[in-house]
Write a protein that binds this ligand. Structure first.
Ligand code: AMP
Length: 411
């Protein structure tokens, strides 16, 4: 878990704002769910999912309830839907931290942030296309271009079940030639063997049955429409039959955005898909669902790699320097702030020189200087702070009553 310090923290907020702009313009509204949930909300995601079996921050609270820090938000959105029964379609977005006890490394942390959207109550393939396109648009707005979209379909639940069985038979016939880790995965979830990043498994994965051969007509038709929709919107994509995604609840369309500048073990910037059975599993009515979650930490690493979306903390309009001993700064700063300007000041009765140094370092556009002479004359001095070294240029004395319009002119 890490601290996100200024000025980097400003980038996180800007990124959240950009995301909100993109998805709110498509009819999504923000949903805030608790960071702690009953552990059952997450165990129902599936007991073959590592997030649930190995990585949950799970504990008993003082009331003796088994609770967990959320490892992701989709299950909470479905729990909220089952609980509040809003009228579908329900289009929501979220932003916040998730927690997984993973082995931390670059791009993989125990507390990490995601932004995401979920839609409950719509079965249409066009919605899958809308969701995928919104993630794509978000990356485009940030200025990222080295992003690859991969898509796949896991078929209808029956197709998926027949495929999983065929994979089990295939991988079991290989026996010890499969790596030990993959044999352990096979016992729990044959689909996840396709995810193996271990070289000795590759030939056996290549010769494995292909999901496309198991699609029912309905699953085939749905996936065809997703592909056609992405083509209509001009979004480049690749169909990747080995894409299965980490969570077990996915059905039909799944997708992932990969950051081409990142290491292959951590190159998933974000992803999602359809999870038509999840609301039901959480006690709600049978409801189709689609959505994605995008990792902010990795997105920012990709931005660094591509040299885009630099940190831009808000620039101060003015810095108040008071050489009267501190009698003026309080009211003057409040007056300027009340006029909508971004203003900071010095404290602790520092010398003029020390205050000017702080004014320089603050990055403010002007220093507003007031001393006893100015107080007597009803004026203030405004000194533009400019140049790479923060040297000031021509300062002017203005009547106190003209200060606000004068500072606004400079900013
Ligand atoms: P998931 O919820 O596992 O589908 O992950 C969606 C996205 O969240 C991933 O593509 C990552 O960008 C991000 N993510 C997941 N786990 C972590 C983690 N431990 N550290 C940083 N980012 C993560």
């Amino acid at each position: 878990m890490r601290d996100i310090l200024p000025p980097d923290s400003a980038r996180w907020r800007t990124l959240h704002n950009i995301f909100a702009d993109v998805v709110e313009a498509a009819g999504y509204a923000e949903l805030k769910t608790p960071i702690i949930e009953d552990v059952g909300v997450f165990t129902r995601i599936g007991d073959a999912t590592e997030i649930v079996t190995k990585e949950l921050y799970e504990f008993e609270d003082r009331g003796g309830r088994r609770v967990s820090l959320r490892p992701e938000v989709t299950a909470s959105v479905c729990r909220a839907f089952a609980q509040h029964r809003p009228t579908p379609p329900w289009k929501v977005w979220y932003a916040g931290s998730n927690f997984r006890q993973e082995k931390a490394q670059r791009g993989r942390y125990r507390q990490f942030d995601q932004v995401g959207i979920e839609v409950l109550g719509v079965d249409d393939a066009d919605l899958d296309v809308e969701v995928i396109a919104l993630g794509w648009e978000f990356y485009r707005r940030l200025g990222l271009s080295r992003v690859k979209l991969i898509v796949n379909s896991l078929g209808e639940p029956d197709d998926r079940a027949r495929y999983v069985e065929a994979l089990r038979v295939h991988f079991e016939s290989i026996g010890d030639a499969l790596t030990e880790q993959s044999r352990a995965t096979l016992a729990k979830n044959p689909l996840r063997v396709l995810d193996s990043k271990r070289e000795p498994d590759f030939p056996h994965i290549a010769s494995a049955p292909k999901i496309a051969d198991f699609y029912s007509d309905a699953a085939r038709a749905h996936f065809d429409r997703v592909e056609a929709g992405l083509e209509v919107l001009g979004i480049p994509f690749e169909v990747e039959p080995k894409l299965v995604r980490g969570l077990d609840y996915y059905r039909r369309t799944i997708f992932e955005y990969q950051g081409l500048t990142l290491d292959s073990a951590q190159n998933a910037l974000g992803g999602g898909g359809r999870y038509d059975g999840l609301v039901e599993a959480l006690g709600g009515p049978s409801t189709p669902g689609t959505g994605f979650a995008l990792g902010i930490d990795r997105t920012l690493l990709a931005c660094d790699d591509e040299g885009v979306f630099a940190s831009l903390p808000r620039q101060l309009d003015a810095f108040v320097v008071d050489t009267t001993g501190g009698a003026e700064a309080l009211a003057l700063t409040a007056e300027l702030r009340a006029a909508g300007l971004a203003v900071d000041r010095a404290f602790d009765g520092r010398s003029m020189k020390a205050q000017m140094k702080l004014a320089n370092r603050s990055g403010a556009k002007v220093a507003v200087i007031v001393g006893t002479n100015e107080v007597d004359a009803g004026t203030v001095v405004v000194k533009p702070m400019s140049g790479v070294h923060g040297e000031s240029t021509d300062q002017v004395t203005v009547p106190r009553s003209d200060l606000i319009p004068h500072v606004k002119e400079q900013s």
